[in-house]
Design a binder for this molecule. Structure first.
Ligand SMILES: Cc1cc2nc3c(=O)[nH]c(=O)nc-3n(C[C@H](O)[C@H](O)[C@H](O)COP(=O)(O)OP(=O)(O)OC[C@H]3O[C@@H](n4cnc5c(N)ncnc54)[C@H](O)[C@@H]3O)c2cc1C
Length: 385
């Protein structure tokens, strides 16, 4: 029987504290000095990312022999939960691109791309979604045609995190449409060698560097295929078991900020001659917010622990992802409610937490897709794919 341990190790506590300090002392003040209506400029983004290199934020679970930090997934999750929303997805997706190259690449690919990605000299992205392809990535339309010693990519990718600023894109494309998902492959597309167009996409919640990528006869050296034909979707799906836990932890991060802000406000704001925190209905909201956030956190930790033990458990990651992201929407909405009309203004941060939480129910598989994964695992019937 697996042992249950609810205590963090001294090393985990220190890593968490160091990450929190860097966020509070260096990252958040720098972000607050910028125009909140504009995305963080790429050069500043890289400077901020460099500040997180010493805590292994980009190297996280990548093995030390590949230049990574060699953490286990749970420890990295504990650190990740502390990262500021302004940079956490840039870190996650850049390190995800590096992880893909570390796990599926060959020595030449690792030597060429890992140092830049792990030292914040290069920003990475992972491009699957297309204008006609969302929840069903097996239907990818982007083509990669072999011509001589290059693959020629044609197609458009949508809603790609970091897409507007990425130097390196891991692109899933079809080399043989007749084979469906088995004809998909992944390519390392290096923008400096294989230029492609990138346009920023604005969404609520300010995922600042979300982009549309356009590949118009983009020539990619054939040695830049990552793994083999047929690995494209399989590798992506495999990476989702951990990735969904990190989206859950982004939700936990925002929910915790919403709780902290609400507790502070409920102690200070007075109505009827008393702090609003003394009213039972406000206390009920605070208690619900804490219970939902604690449950989300434990679900995410448990799912990461299963990744660490090599236990294939897609249901655990899916439950963590849909429960935590939906809970964060409820929790941040309650935070707005506790702040009354002030909660709707930019004078307080809770409106931002609410907007940022709202979008989390969509990427890395929507809430509905996560529930279908749980249904599939429990019932044995496939309601999709
Ligand atoms: C902030 C953000 C970041 C993102 N980052 C990336 C990225 O880095 N790389 C990338 O490739 N993509 C990224 N995406 C895209 C994301 O993965 C897709 O948006 C997601 O997979 C859903 O696809 P869709 O938006 O096209 O919705 P659709 O698939 O069109 O779904 C629309 C609605 O139908 C529901 N639905 C679909 N199929 C079923 C079904 N079988 N049963 C029941 N309901 C169903 C969905 O749940 C949803 O409610 C990002 C999206 C967002 C919002």
């Amino acid at each position: 029987m697996q042992s249950l341990r609810f205590e963090l190790t001294d090393e985990q506590k220190l890593l968490q504290k160091t990450a929190k300090n860097i966020m509070e002392r260096e990252i958040r003040p720098a972000i607050d000095r910028l125009n909140p209506k504009e995305a963080v400029p790429k050069e500043i983004l890289k400077e901020l990312l460099k500040k997180t290199v010493p805590i292994g934020a980009l190297g996280n679970v990548i093995p030390e022999e590949h230049g990574g930090a060699g953490m286990d997934y749970l420890t990295w999750g504990l650190v990740y939960e502390q990262l500021d929303r302004a940079i956490n997805s840039v870190i996650m997706i850049t390190s995800g691109a590096a992880k893909a190259i570390s796990s599926w690449g060959n020595d030449e690919q690792r030597q060429k791309y890992l140092p830049g990605l792990l030292n914040a000299d290069l920003i990475g992205c992972s491009a699957i979604t297309e204008p006609n392809v969302g929840s069903n990535p097996a239907a990818i339309e982007t083509r990669a045609d072999l011509q001589g010693d290059h693959y020629v990519l044609n197609g458009t990718k949508m809603f790609i995190t970091n897409g507007a600023v990425a130097d390196i894109a891991i692109v899933v494309a079809s080399v043989d449409r007749s084979k469906g998902a088995k004809g998909l492959a992944r390519f390392i597309v290096d923008k400096s060698e294989s230029p492609f167009e990138a346009h920023r996409i604005e969404v609520i919640g300010g995922e600042g560097h979300l982009g549309e990528l356009v590949f118009d006869n983009c020539r990619v050296p054939k040695e830049n295929m990552l793994g083999n034909v047929g690995d494209g979707l399989r590798a992506t799906m495999k990476s989702f078991q951990a990735a969904r836990c990190f989206v859950a932890l982004t939700a936990v991060h925002l929910a915790q900020l919403a709780i902290d802000a609400s507790v502070k406000y409920a102690r200070q704001r007075e109505q009827f001659g008393k702090p609003i925190g003394s009213f039972q209905l406000i206390q009920q909201m605070i208690a619900d917010m804490i219970a939902e956030t604690e449950a989300s956190r434990l679900l995410a930790y448990r799912a990461l622990h299963l990744v660490d033990t090599g236990t294939r458990n897609n249901a655990a990651s899916s439950i963590a992802k849909f429960y935590a992201t939906e809970a964060a929407v409820r929790v941040t909405s309650m935070a707005v409610q506790i702040h009354g009309a002030y909660g709707l203004t930019t004078e307080y941060p809770v409106e931002r937490y609410f907007r940022e939480a709202r979008m989390l129910t969509i990427p890395d598989g929507t809430t509905q897709i996560q529930k279908l994964i749980v249904g599939r695992e429990v019932l044995g019937f496939r309601a999709f794919d």
